[in-house]
Write a protein that binds this ligand. Structure first.
Ligand SMILES: Nc1nc2c(ncn2[C@@H]2O[C@H](COP(=O)(O)OP(=O)(O)OP(=O)(O)O)[C@@H](O)[C@H]2O)c(=O)[nH]1
Ligand SMILES: [Zn+2]
Length: 196
């Protein structure tokens, strides 16, 4: 059983209906949903949706959790946070790493909470740009730091496995708030630390 933090309760509530639709798609693409290998597939796909779409209806402030008062007003970076998401155009996976940096202004968050925030924002139908700006905006709103910078790297299967089929191409997006916007040296420091 998945924990509440990473579970989509609507999928659980609508399980039978979703399973029925998946079975119908199998039939419509020319498969036999009753053959042994596929018999449990609609249930498996539904359970997978419960997990990979577990980011809906979550409270961000709660996820960043208890913040601590701390007078460290210098750069904090959590880098290489792995994510898996689904592009909203094709419902195909995209995945990669997210790097988050911020300059606290009296409030810091527990380090694991950044990874939880990444899970909640990415486990939905998304575009990479929105993942980037949502993380930056939530950080700004909850922690009210001097500045935030978020870099997201993504490999999109809708560009590799189909369509233009450019295997290995990567998309990099950045979101910059507060002091990072004004201070080029700070952006460079962040970028050199995440690229080490
Ligand atoms: N900006 C952005 N585009 C994305 C993302 N994920 C997928 N896409 C793009 O969404 C676009 C959808 O384009 P459409 O022309 O409507 O769909 P399509 O005919 O399947 O396009 P092709 O992928 O070019 O075959 C494609 O260019 C995808 O590469 C993302 O996270 N951000
Ligand atoms: Zn896509």
């Amino acid at each position: 059983m998945l924990s509440r933090e990473v579970r989509n309760d609507r999928v659980a509530e609508n399980r039978e209906e979703i399973e029925g639709h998946v079975r119908e798609i199998l039939r419509l693409i020319g498969e036999d949903p009753a053959r042994e290998g596929l018999r449990d597939t609609p249930a498996r796909v539904t359970r997978m949706y419960e997990e990979i779409f577990g980011g809906y209806d979550k409270d961000y402030a709660e996820i960043l959790g208890v913040t601590f008062d701390e007078q460290h007003e210098e750069l904090v970076i959590v880098k290489d946070i792995v994510y898996y998401s689904q592009c909203e155009h094709h419902m195909a996976p995209f995945f990669g790493k997210i790097h988050i940096g911020y300059i606290p202004s009296g409030k810091i968050a527990g380090l694991s909470k950044f990874a939880r925030l990444v899970d909640v924002v990415t486990r939905r139908l998304q575009v990479q740009e929105r993942i980037t700006s949502e993380i930056a905006n939530i950080m700004e709103e909850v922690l009210q730091p001097h500045g935030v910078m978020v870099v997201v790297e993504g490999e999109h299967l809708c560009m590799c496995a189909r369509g233009v089929k450019k295997y290995g191409s990567k998309t990099i997006t950045s979101g910059v708030r507060g002091s990072f916007r004004k201070d080029a040296a700070l952006r460079s420091e962040f970028l050199s630390l995440i690229n080490r």
